[in-house]
Write a protein that binds this ligand. Structure first.
Ligand code: HEC
Ligand code: HEC
Length: 397
């Protein structure tokens, strides 16, 4: 299946590239040339290359770039014309593309020379993988497990998962789910360890694949592999994964398309019981559950079927306005003396307050005094504040 998928991807790439070239052939050519010359300049002036713990170069361009004021970074602020608006990233160098451009196919095409044993893999695993994938690949907090025990005993396949999308579905681990071990080689090489992809040598990757096969109890030529087993380019194609034929429909090969059609012609394969339908699918009215028709009628407030503007409140008299404003904005502190505010209704306190003169009291209510925030924390204008203060005083006579 990966093969045909790749063909599609390759085709899509060709199509988009040709579209690009026709659309702006000159621009692209110019930019590419400029990029190339810029790149060689940078290579010449690049700073110290970065290394990984065992002295091997990491593929991140292995260089640093000037940023500003003598500072450098391993990321490059792109000044090329085509990227000026985004100022992000840079064109990969030809060597970088070559290093990452890797396809390891199910038939072994693309595998490099090299070899590694289960035992060696075990050691590398403990040093570089176990911190996330846990001992023996059993999976840690949030990190995927690389095995679920004997992969042959986990018989569920992708087909069964589609029909029973519940706990009985296949365990999505390398041994019990992945159809080809070649994908594992490629995945570990280009993706792991997560913080330092492309840092493993080819031999280390062979060893890690061998180790992953062993923890999944995978057999080669009918025999379970042991610690001494050495995996290499030569014997790689002997690995047959338990779930190799579990992916249905089988889209590989000449009959791929026919398999897909047949699969989808059987409604049971996608959980339905009627023929597939793209047009005029319903006979009569489709049965759609509607809330109103579902017997629920005791909404409170009742569901409205009309769009109405909210009813306008009766215009309040000036006296009412002050009362409402007091209740909304002042009563929280002035209803009692708990906050240290003169309580509305407390005749004695208000008499004492008013001894300083009404203008001073207005002034204090507007500009604040001690625990009394300016305007009681509101944005009322001075006139409104005065009407509220009058109201409070009247309630306290
Ligand atoms: C810092 C944590 C970390 C380390 C160290 C690490 N990995 Fe991973 N690994 C992950 C994460 C996260 C994923 C899932 C990535 C995703 O799904 O995008 C993953 C996924 C995988 C998968 C695919 C699992 C699946 O079935 O989808 C394999 C295989 C794998 N890692 C192997 C390794 C190996 C071998 C090493 C050691 C060389 C390693 N990892 C080191 C975090 C880590
Ligand atoms: C956060 C509480 C709080 C709120 C809200 C509040 N007040 Fe006060 N108010 C006080 C306190 C405390 C005092 C007493 C201040 C002092 O004299 O130490 C006070 C004092 C006053 C006084 C007397 C001022 C003086 O000269 O002694 C008036 C008048 C007054 N508030 C009006 C209002 C009005 C009108 C509102 C609403 C718009 C309001 N307050 C909202 C806490 C509040």
């Amino acid at each position: 299946m990966f093969k045909s998928y790749r063909k599609l991807v390759a085709l899509a790439t060709v199509l988009s590239v040709s579209a690009l070239t026709t659309a702006c052939a000159n621009e692209t050519a110019k930019d590419t040339k400029k990029a190339a010359s810029q790149q060689s300049e940078e290579t010449a002036t690049s700073g110290a290359s970065r290394t990984y713990e065992n002295g091997k170069k990491v593929i991140d361009g292995g260089m640093t770039y000037p940023v500003k004021n003598g500072k450098t970074s391993s990321y490059h602020v792109n000044t090329q014309k085509a990227y000026q608006d985004v100022k992000f990233g840079r064109t990969a160098t030809p060597d970088e593309i070559k290093a990452w451009d890797m396809d390891i196919m199910p038939d072994g095409t693309g595998l490099p020379e090299g070899k590694g044993s289960v035992e060696e893999g075990d050691e590398i695993y403990e040093a570089k993988c176990a911190s996330c994938h846990f001992d023996f690949g059993t999976g840690g907090a949030g990190y995927p497990a690389l095995q679920q025990g004997n992969a042959y005993e986990i018989k569920e396949t992708l087909k069964l998962q589609r029909l029973n999308p519940d706990d009985d579905g296949p365990k999505r681990n390398f041994g019990s789910y992945w159809p080809y071990a070649s994908t594992l080689w490629w995945y570990i090489k280009t993706g792991m360890p997560h913080p330092a992809p492309m840092s493993l040598t080819d031999d280390e990757v062979y060893a890690l694949v061998a180790y992953t096969l062993s923890i999944n109890e995978i057999k080669i030529d009918g025999e379970e592999i042991d610690d001494e087993f050495v995996l290499s380019k030569e014997n790689f194609s002997k690995i047959v994964m338990p779930n190799k034929d579990g992916f249905v429909p089988n889209i590989d090969g000449e009959n791929g398309l026919e398999n897909v059609r047949k699969f989808y012609d059987d409604p049971k394969n996608f959980g339905g019981n009627k023929k597939r339908c793209m047009k005029d699918c319903f006979e009569g009215e489709p049965k759609v559950a509607r809330i109103v028709g579902a017997g629920i009628s005791d909404y409170n407030p009742p569901l409205s079927s009309k769009k109405e503007k909210p009813a306008k409140k009766e215009s309040s008299s000036p006296g009412n306005e002050a009362k409402e404003a007091y209740e909304a904005s002042c009563a929280v502190c002035h209803a009692t003396d708990a906050m240290g505010a003169p309580a509305v209704g407390d005749k004695k306190t208000w008499e004492a307050t008013l001894k300083k003169g009404i203008d001073k009291v207005y002034h204090n209510s507007i500009h604040g005094i001690n625990g009394m925030p300016p305007k009681g924390g509101t944005t009322f204008d001075d006139k409104k504040m005065k009407t509220i203060v009058d109201y409070m005083i009247n309630q306290s006579k």
